[in-house]
Design a protein. Structure first.
Length: 327
């Protein structure tokens, strides 16, 4: 099982490199708890839990330095029998440099599930997004504002620019899964929308994500639908956006309602996750320990997740949920 997982992940990761553009551009906000924010990871996850689900995420990256990044997200999704698929809503807000640069995105999603056999299914997902990016010019500082002895005391001669830009964006994804194994691929920013706030061309580059993992029960008779029992869940996630690549390898261990996990992000961070996962409530906390040249002086990154799974009428026995981690 592990050999197949690793082989598939490496093939997906290597195949993406050949399709990436050469020039650098902006990058999307980052969430460490990938599976807590499933809709952000892959639109094919919409409705994968059957019943209505609400998830809220908060991330504070590099809090020890000026100009940290604060990202929040709210997600809602559920399966709807009438349209034979899942619906999802995702709202994200990213503030960089003490709210100097703000980005808000509102995404709607639809997913469709197709059973391939008794033990394997595929979900296809589509996403449409309205985004708005704004720059607060008054919070920027320039070299001509500095007095050698008194600091920032002058007005800049630079012409104010910036303002607000908005547009439409699209994404698509696919997930294949059984009772134990799951693997997915998502492509975001399919139209590479223009997001320049000043004169010039600045398009949001394509982002490709491949993720693969498994949830393996450690106790006989443990059910993937129950909060009891013990399980282990190895995972690999590969992401590339323009010339930026990211490889995450980690493992979760679950015992009854308690969940712990450790991740390694390629030469950048070591991540520790702790959580409580019950039938209806999920609370998770993770901390990124910076191991790159930035050092520990950045303060790492704190991320908190709250998820609520609502009860609903039982679905048909043929409907198979995805047995993947909650954080």
């Amino acid at each position: 099982m592990m050999k197949n997982i690793l082989t598939l992940a490496l093939v997906l990761a290597l195949s993406l490199v050949a399709f990436m553009p050469k020039e650098a551009s902006a990058q999307d906000p980052e969430f460490t708890q990938f599976y807590a924010n499933k809709l952000y990871l892959n639109p094919a996850f919409a409705g994968s839990h059957n019943c209505p689900r609400v998830v809220m995420n908060y991330r504070n990256q590099w809090p020890a330095i000026t100009g940290n990044y604060i990202t929040t997200a709210f997600a809602y999704d559920q399966h709807v029998d009438g349209i034979k698929g899942g619906l999802g809503l995702l709202v994200t807000n990213d503030q960089a440099g003490q709210s100097t640069l703000k980005t808000t995105r509102v995404s709607g999603m639809y997913s469709y599930r197709q059973a391939i056999g008794r033990k394997f299914s595929i979900k296809f997902g589509m996403e449409a997004t309205y985004f708005q990016k704004s720059l607060d010019w008054s919070k920027l500082t320039f070299g001509d504002m500095i007095d050698p002895r008194r600091g920032f005391v002058y007005q800049t001669n630079d012409t104010p620019r910036g303002g607000t830009v908005s547009g439409i964006d699209f994404a698509a994804g696919i997930i294949g899964y059984s009772d134990v194994f799951y693997a997915g691929f998502a492509a975001h920013h399919l139209t590479q929308p223009q997001e320049s706030l000043i004169i010039g061309d600045s398009r949001l580059p394509l982002k490709f994500t491949a993720h693969v993992g498994a949830t393996i029960p450690l106790e006989g008779g443990a059910s993937k639908y129950a909060s009891s029992g013990a399980s282990i869940s190895p995972n690999i996630l590969f992401r590339q956006q323009d010339n930026f690549t990211q490889l995450n390898m980690g493992i979760y261990i679950k015992k009854d309602a308690l969940v712990g996990g450790v991740w390694y992000r390629n030469k950048d961070a070591f991540i520790v996750t702790l959580g409580i996962n019950t039938e209806y409530l999920k609370i998770g906390y993770s901390y990124d320990v910076t191991i790159s040249k930035l050092g520990t002086g950045t303060g790492g990154a704190h991320e908190v997740t709250l998820g609520i799974d609502f009860a609903c009428k039982p679905k048909k026995r043929t409907f198979r949920t995805i047995s993947c981690p909650s954080f």
